[in-house]
Write a protein that binds this ligand. Structure first.
Ligand code: AMP
Length: 192
């Protein structure tokens, strides 16, 4: 079973993806994590995208599609959770083609719905928590970059709702509910 978790920054995609990894042994494919890893290891691509990411803009479709292609070709899993990918219609088309080439299906696209005001609070809270725990704070977890990320979400990513609705794959869960309730709801959705 392969699924996409859709939702703006701070909706809880990463958290819920981790639960699905624990609960079902699925594999999380987060392009954000892959890009941050490329930066940490100082690859040429990592250096090239650093500024774009810190600003909160989207990196090019070619780069993220390449990252996903490589994972799909090399990782074996009972199911993938796409977290933070696709973020544009072009990426969505590319994912469809990749999966088809590999004889895999896309089974669910689930949007985590969260109010915009709550997102800002969550992200700022995430930055404060990390700082308090002596952990590195994401360079794009500040209010200005967050506004840019939200704008990118509404401009580039939100059209995917209609795109996947038309394919009969879309549903949404209330991302404002408690973490464990969202976990249970997601699980029920995948089993239902
Ligand atoms: P995330 O961890 O998903 O919030 O992603 C962090 C940043 O990585 C985003 O703000 C973008 O700059 C970049 N990024 C991650 N995934 C994508 C994607 N699918 N398409 C374009 N840029 C992405």
């Amino acid at each position: 079973m392969n699924i996409i978790l859709l939702g703006p920054p701070g909706a809880g995609k990463g958290t819920q993806a981790q639960f699905l990894v624990e609960d079902r042994g699925m594999v999380q494919l987060s392009t954000g994590d892959m890009l941050r890893e490329a930066r940490t290891s100082g690859t040429e691509m990592g250096n090239r995208v650093a500024e774009v990411m810190d600003r909160g803009d989207l990196v090019t479709d070619e780069i993220v599609i390449g990252l996903i292609r490589e994972k799909l070709e090399t990782v074996d899993a009972p199911g993938f959770i796409f977290d933070g990918f696709p973020r544009t219609l072009k990426q969505a088309d590319a994912l469809g083609e990749l999966l088809e080439e590999m004889g895999k299906s896309l089974d669910f696209v689930i949007e985590l719905r969260v109010e915009d005001e709550a997102l800002v609070k969550r992200i700022v809270g995430r930055a404060e928590e990390a700082a308090a725990a002596g952990k590195p704070v994401r360079a794009d977890d500040n209010e200005e970059s967050l506004r840019t990320r939200l704008t990118a979400y509404y401009k580039m990513t939100s059209p995917l709702v209609g795109y996947y609705y038309a394919k009969g794959l879309y549903s949404r869960v209330d991302g404002m509910a408690a973490m464990e309730d969202v976990r249970a709801e997601l699980g029920a959705r995948l089993d239902g």
